[in-house]
Ligand binder design. Structure first.
Ligand SMILES: Nc1ncnc2c1ncn2[C@@H]1O[C@H](COP(=O)(O)OP(=O)(O)OP(=O)(O)O)[C@@H](O)[C@H]1O
Length: 314
């Protein structure tokens, strides 16, 4: 079971790796991004979730300087993309479009070629990056023999060669099978933990975000609609949780407790752990048989659908 809570962006960290402040993108008469404000704290795998056309790619393009910012600004490690671009971008590794690779060279030769353009990247660093993405066994094979997932790993290795503080991946799960998605999740986590890289990853699929991310920002029609932390195992503040009490006499139990609803032999009550325990004691002490207790937290998907008014998510 996955528990979630609603958190405000400014409670996440005092020193975000990325600060997006009042950013808008206007093309012609169209406001594609509207006053986007978001802090991305260090060390997280941070998700950027929204339906097709919500503005994820546009935001990412502005973050890496591929598109101008109409209003507001973006700071990477405190450095402004608008006024200090070279310095800001030096802390970023990104895969926005498909990474350029020479298919008839090996993965290693591709990295070596790229490293020549990045001052200070040694052969040791290349092999370190290769290990980080788990490509050490195939790195001397030609890229044309790689699966999509392997090409992507090579792209990530290339993007982190210069030890960026932030790695940005636009829809990295596109085209991957479930196994590939699990592997991506594992090595992104490893990167966040071992290199202290903050990973910013976009997707239009909730299920993938739930697997991969610590926090998810939800964007719709160019506007930020929510920021949520995804916590596992711990009951998060604000999570909506219902407890199902399977009892021999649901009607009597309902009268006794004085709240909740009855469905399929169960009394269902919005209750946290303490309240669940108290209700159980009360039921048992009154002679009601409790056959089972089950706590259910509403999924991010349910909550997301509510937020976006049942809008399209996939
Ligand atoms: N150069 C442009 N001129 C006009 N409209 C644009 C331009 N680039 C993007 N848009 C529009 O801006 C909106 C956001 O597009 P964007 O590609 O950022 O969305 P997205 O969330 O990345 O969606 P997807 O998952 O489909 O890529 C869309 O309605 C798109 O048609």
């Amino acid at each position: 079971m996955v528990h979630k809570s609603i958190v405000s962006p400014d409670t996440l960290s005092v020193e975000p790796v990325v600060r997006i402040q009042g950013v808008s993108k206007v093309i012609g008469s169209k406001r594609i991004i509207d006053q986007l404000t978001l802090d991305i704290p260090a060390g997280q795998v941070y998700g950027f979730l929204g339906p097709n056309g919500a503005g994820k790619t546009t935001t990412i393009r502005m973050m890496v300087g591929l598109m101008s910012i109409s209003e507001g600004d973006i700071w990477i490690n405190g450095k402004s993309i608008r006024s200090n671009f070279e310095s800001a971008i030096s802390d970023v590794g990104a895969i926005v479009e498909n990474p350029e690779m020479y298919k008839f060279l090996t993965g290693y030769q591709n990295l070596l070629h790229y490293a020549r353009m990045s001052p200070g990247v040694t052969k040791e660093r290349i092999m370190e990056a290769v290990h980080r993405v788990g490509m050490q066994h195939r790195i001397h094979d030609k890229v044309k023999t790689y699966s999509l997932g392997m090409r992507q790993r090579l792209g990530v290795a290339q993007a982190i060669l210069h030890r960026p503080r932030l790695l940005i991946l636009d829809e990295p799960t596109n085209g991957l099978d479930p196994q590939g998605i699990r592997e991506l999740r594992d090595y992104l986590r490893e990167l966040a933990e071992s290199e202290g890289i903050t990973v910013f990853v976009s997707s239009h699929l909730l299920s993938e975000m739930e697997l991969m991310c610590d926090t998810v920002a939800v964007i719709q029609q160019g506007r930020l609609v929510d920021v949520r932390s995804l916590e596992t195992g711990i009951e998060a503040e604000g999570a909506i949780r219902e407890t199902f009490f399977e009892v021999n006499n649901p009607r009597l139990a309902h009268e006794l407790i004085g709240e909740g609803r009855i469905d399929k032999g169960c009394l269902i009550i919005a209750a946290d752990r303490d309240k669940t325990s108290q209700i159980n004691v009360k039921l048992v002490n009154t002679g009601i048989s409790v056959y089972g207790i089950r706590a259910v937290t509403r999924s991010l998907e349910d909550q997301f659908l509510e937020l976006t008014g049942g809008g399209q998510i996939d």
